[in-house]
Design a protein. Structure first.
Length: 373
């Protein structure tokens, strides 16, 4: 950064890599080589090829989003009452449109749970989170289509596969700090999308996967709006309860210590990469389950189903609710999914609305609606 000869050399290197990549493999691989080169440079020389070796390493990005605050404490009885009310809602409200909108909100809530653990609790701000949804969706769909695995089991397996692949892909970037880590996750997200697009023998390339089996549990097909609603709500409640338990344990305190001051945490003997990897695996599992349920719910996915806008939406959900706040992530998902449906006439301005909400939150209430934990 700030190095004029380095900028010239970097542009020449990128142009040559893209040109030879296109000549050898075709135009669909163009951006793949660019993002792979970006990740390699970030991991090996995060300050750039022409940066001085005496240049100070980047500072952590924690202070950008983690604001000191007193989180809003909600009594356990009130939470149980809300869960029971949401579970009974389909019995008193038969409007399929409202139930489908809330089902989408529960799925985005799973995405929010994933990112609030990774970005809010550990301080790893990921900009490529949609890739985890894509891995989970394709994994579950392929297991059900090619191997005939029951849908319920394929969704669980997709979560495990996403946790493993996502952690392996991001693990080399754990040594990065500040905005460099965020850039690397953005690159990893684009690499996953391009691999899905070009690995036609497995993913069917741009055609995508169709005829994905519908949601089913214990051999019973969930063919009504109400049953799908209850299924998504049940998965969300279970994973939210597990995350509550994790954050309230010794492990949760260790993860917050890594977020607040990784140097002090290392001085206490905490293995940073180990705990970052563990948090990323747990968060990736929730994102993978969300992507898998979405794939079976829609019965068709392709490389554009889980695009980069979902990563921005996930970050907006987390900042809206409060970094590291489980309840905040769920409420943020309901607000950001439900409000655009209320103002459906302005659907083409949805991304603009998300951007304005994000800017206003960072400016006026950076701790989020429910506070940062």
């Amino acid at each position: 950064m700030g190095n004029v000869p380095g900028a010239v050399a970097g542009s020449l290197l990128l142009g040559l890599v893209e040109s030879y990549g296109i000549a050898l493999f075709g135009t669909s691989y163009r951006n793949l080589f660019a993002f792979i080169l970006l990740v390699v440079i970030l991991v090996l020389r995060p300050n750039g090829l022409f940066a001085s070796r005496r240049q100070n390493p980047p500072e952590p990005m924690t202070g950008t989003f983690i604001a000191p605050s007193k989180p809003l404490n909600i009594p356990t009885r009130a939470l149980v009452a809300v869960v029971v009310a949401m579970a009974l809602l389909p019995l008193v409200l038969s409007n399929p449109y409202v139930l489908q909108t809330l089902t989408n909100a529960w799925l985005y809530g799973l995405l929010g749970l994933s990112l609030t653990l990774i970005a809010g609790t550990v301080g790893l701000v990921s900009l490529g989170h949609a890739a985890l949804l894509a891995i989970g969706g394709y994994a579950s769909a392929l297991l059900a289509l090619n191997l005939g695995m029951p849908v319920g089991l394929s969704i669980l397996a997709a979560g495990v596969i996403t946790a493993a692949i996502g952690t392996v892909l991001v693990f080399p970037s754990f040594r990065l700090r500040g905005h460099y880590f965020s850039i690397s996750t953005l690159a990893v997200g684009e690499i996953v999308a391009l691999v899905i697009l070009n690995w036609e023998s497995l993913t069917r390339g741009p055609i995508g996967l169709s005829g994905i089996p519908p949601l089913a549990l214990f051999g019973i097909e969930l063919d009504t709006v109400q049953s799908v609603y209850w299924f998504a709500l049940g998965v969300l409640v279970v994973l939210a309860a597990l995350q509550f338990r994790l954050l309230g344990s010794h492990l949760g305190r260790v993860l917050r210590a890594v977020r607040d001051d990784d140097i002090a945490a290392r001085s206490y003997g905490i293995g940073l990469d180990r705990y970052k990897g563990l948090a990323f695996a747990v968060g990736s599992f929730a994102a993978g389950v969300s992507g898998a349920v979405t794939a079976h719910l829609y019965s068709y996915i392709n490389h554009e189903t889980f695009n980069a806008q979902l990563s921005i939406l996930a970050l907006t959900i987390v900042i809206l609710g409060g970094m590291g706040n489980v309840i905040g992530a769920i409420v943020g998902a309901v607000l950001l999914v439900g409000l655009p449906e209320v103002f459906r006439v302005a659907a083409e301005y949805r991304v603009l609305i998300y951007g304005l909400v994000l800017l206003l939150l960072v400016r006026f209430r950076p701790q989020g609606l429910f506070g940062t934990i």
